[in-house]
Design a protein around this ligand. Structure first.
Ligand SMILES: Nc1ncnc2c1ncn2[C@@H]1O[C@H](COP(=O)(O)OP(=O)(O)OP(=O)(O)O)[C@@H](O)[C@H]1O
Ligand SMILES: [Mg+2]
Length: 369
């Protein structure tokens, strides 16, 4: 799918702008605080109805105004979709072809986006919970079933933790009831493990080659690290292993008053051959690994959604040397629409940006060069 037009009204530092986008490469160039990330953020919201950096949504409304609108025209083959997200203080409406859609979940698949922001380096450097959140966000975009099961798992987990705490103090508490909750938890856990395993396997099908093409370093992969060792991911096998683990650790979990095993304790790491990038990767290497991770999601989205996602890459060139900048651009010159921001186009080869739109962002304005 292609986002062909974008209009913003009172969005962050923009009063009113309207731009046409290239079906392949779009580059927004401007100084710090010019409003480059704001443009990407608006597209992210048009796709997902929210953005990674928003705490309070009223911050999206231009200071002094009461309402913001993000409007986009998406083309997918012969189909044209007019999308709109309207945000006022305390309320948000989404529209498709001028008709309001009541449920956000029914809106979201209209514009699939893959977003890279410099903060995403935390996927490597940050805590396991950051990585789990990330995994959940990505897989939820690919599968509604996953999102539902994950929410159900969390509810059961909460109940189980509460009951374990009750069992510590209440001698009359029923172990049989805990077993029932545990079986329910296992049922959901199995599916979550399988989704995550499959997703990471799919990322690994692509990431090594992409990283090699751009950096000439070979051997990048993601290692899935659940806190239980599974030799295989057959339902019956995972189920049995989980039953054994909970049985064996019954006393331990009781002592802690919480569930110590399960997908809520999952983690994953980036490895370059035998080396964990969290420990040995340079800043640039880590950044490129995360960018390649995002690029490796393109075919996964294409398979799951039947159409190409839109790539949003914020502050893409900083920390990358000129060779990698150009290799990366080369890589983007394929059939996926991408929108990048950068403070400058230094060391970029002209031929790599010949077939693209370059926008200058300045003082709340956007002009095509
Ligand atoms: N609600 C708002 N109303 C008005 N201005 C806003 C609002 N929210 C953010 N801004 C302004 O937008 C600007 C930041 O824009 P943005 O983050 O897009 O910059 P940038 O071009 O990405 O900069 P950098 O290169 O530093 O990343 C700041 O000047 C900020 O004050
Ligand atoms: Mg920025």
């Amino acid at each position: 799918m292609i986002l062909s037009e974008l209009k913003l009204v009172n969005f962050r530092n923009y009063s009113k702008i309207s731009i046409s986008l290239h079906s392949k490469l779009n580059i927004f160039v401007g100084k710090n605080a010019a409003g480059k990330t704001n443009v990407l953020e608006s597209i992210e919201i048009l796709g997902l109805t929210k953005s990674h950096r928003v705490g309070n949504e009223s911050n999206l409304i231009k200071i002094g105004e009461k309402k913001t609108r993000i409007i986009g025209i998406v083309r997918d083959g012969n189909i044209r979709k007019d999308l709109e997200v309207d945000i006022t203080e305390g309320s948000k409406k989404v529209k498709k072809n001028n008709r309001e859609i009541a449920k956000i979940a029914d809106y979201i698949s209209n514009l699939n986006v893959i977003v890279f922001t410099p903060d995403d380096i935390e996927i490597i450097k940050g805590s396991p919970s950051i990585r789990r959140n990330f995994l959940n966000l990505e897989i939820s975009q690919l599968s509604k079933e996953y999102l539902n099961i994950y929410n159900e798992y969390n509810k059961i987990l909460k109940t189980r933790n509460e009951y374990l705490k009750i069992m510590i103090t209440n001698a009359l508490a029923d172990k049989h009831y805990l077993d029932i909750i545990t079986d329910k938890l296992i049922e959901k856990a199995v599916i979550i493990y399988q989704y995550r395993r499959k997703y990471i396997d799919n990322v690994n099908k692509n990431i090594r080659k992409i990283f090699f093409d751009i950096s000439h370093s070979d051997g990048l992969y993601i290692l899935y690290e659940p806190n239980i060792n599974f030799e295989n991911y057959e339902s019956s096998f995972i189920t049995q292993r989980l039953k054994d683990v909970y049985k064996k650790n019954y006393q331990k979990e009781l002592n802690y008053g919480m569930t110590l095993y399960g997908p809520h304790r999952d983690d994953f790491s980036f490895y370059l051959e035998d080396n964990n990038l969290k420990l040995i990767g340079s800043q640039g290497q880590q950044k490129l690994a995360v960018i390649c991770y995002k690029l490796s999601e393109i075919p996964i989205f294409q398979d799951a959604c039947g159409t190409s996602p839109l790539l949003l890459l914020d502050d893409i060139f900083s920390e990358l040397d000129s060779q990698k900048r150009n290799k990366l651009l080369n890589y983007l010159n394929n059939d996926v629409q991408s929108v990048l921001t950068t403070t400058d186009l230094r060391n970029i080869k002209r031929k790599n940006i010949e077939d693209s739109y370059i926008f200058t962002v300045k003082d709340g304005n956007i002009e095509r060069r």
